[in-house]
Write a protein that binds this ligand. Structure first.
Ligand code: ZN
Ligand code: ZN
Length: 246
């Protein structure tokens, strides 16, 4: 046990960017036996977040995927044909194990989950997609951030940036009263154009927007517009999962 504490402290010291998140995860693993975030089976490896069975059951999206809307082809009429973001990509369908991973990130507050998601995002990203970009998180709800200490998209974005060796640019913020909400009501409001996001500072020229889920694309669109207005030349939408149309 003391060896693991030493290891965690060593890693935090070696690489300051390894950060509190990893350290917290390591320390947490000492007191809470690690379980699979999808099925709650005990894990033999402290570093994992999914058991072997759930890892095998991850619903990977298979090529060919539409580079605009991230849906499997054919997507016509492409829902992103008029989108402000130029490219969208997600490695997984928003179903089964992948959906449970997203829920774990939102509600379990496990940084290790974000790191596992980021690893899959960065490893599978289409060639060139992240080149020369800075990572911009979709802004989270302030109230949730206050109570939990972070927004889930921010944590995911930070992990993606760390793994891809890119900068994070937190230029997007919510307008007052534009709090992010969960579920269908939120999507309906977004579709009605009532999501108020703005850039508080200049956008990087190439912005990779990071969020957990790409559902209707309304959130990503609102963010992409704000980034373009703030100087972005190219906006890419990167999400862990993509909701498939029925
Ligand atoms: Zn499992
Ligand atoms: Zn499409």
């Amino acid at each position: 046990l003391s060896q693991r504490v030493r290891l965690a402290r060593f890693r935090a010291r070696e690489d300051p960017a390894v950060d509190l998140g990893t350290l917290t995860a390591e320390l947490r693993a000492l007191v809470v036996p690690p379980v699979c975030v999808a099925c709650r089976a005990s894990l033999t490896h402290g570093g994992e977040v999914l058991c072997a069975r759930c890892r095998r059951a991850l619903p990977w999206l298979r090529a060919p995927l539409c580079p605009r809307c991230a849906l499997p082809r054919p997507c016509a009429p492409c829902p992103a044909r008029r989108a402000t973001f130029e490219h969208a990509w997600a490695p997984l369908s928003h179903a089964g194990v992948a959906r449970r991973v997203v829920v774990a990130l939102k509600f379990d507050a496990r940084i290790a989950v974000a790191d596992a998601m980021a690893a899959q995002l960065v490893a599978g990203a289409p060639p060139g997609l992240l080149d020369g970009a800075a990572v911009v998180p979709v802004p989270g709800d302030r109230r949730r951030r206050r109570s939990r200490g972070y927004g889930h998209a921010e944590v995911l974005a930070e992990r993606v940036a760390g793994r891809a060796r890119l900068a994070v640019n937190g230029c997007l913020v919510h307008e007052r009263g534009g709090a992010r909400q969960l579920g269908a009501a939120r999507e309906a409001r977004l579709a009605a154009g009532r999501l108020a996001v703005r850039a508080a500072s200049r956008s990087p020229p190439i912005a990779v927007l990071v969020d957990d889920v790409h559902t209707t694309g309304a959130t990503l669109e609102a963010c992409a517009r704000a980034l373009r207005e703030a100087g972005a030349e190219r906006v890419v939408a990167l999400t862990y999962t993509r909701t498939l149309r029925r």
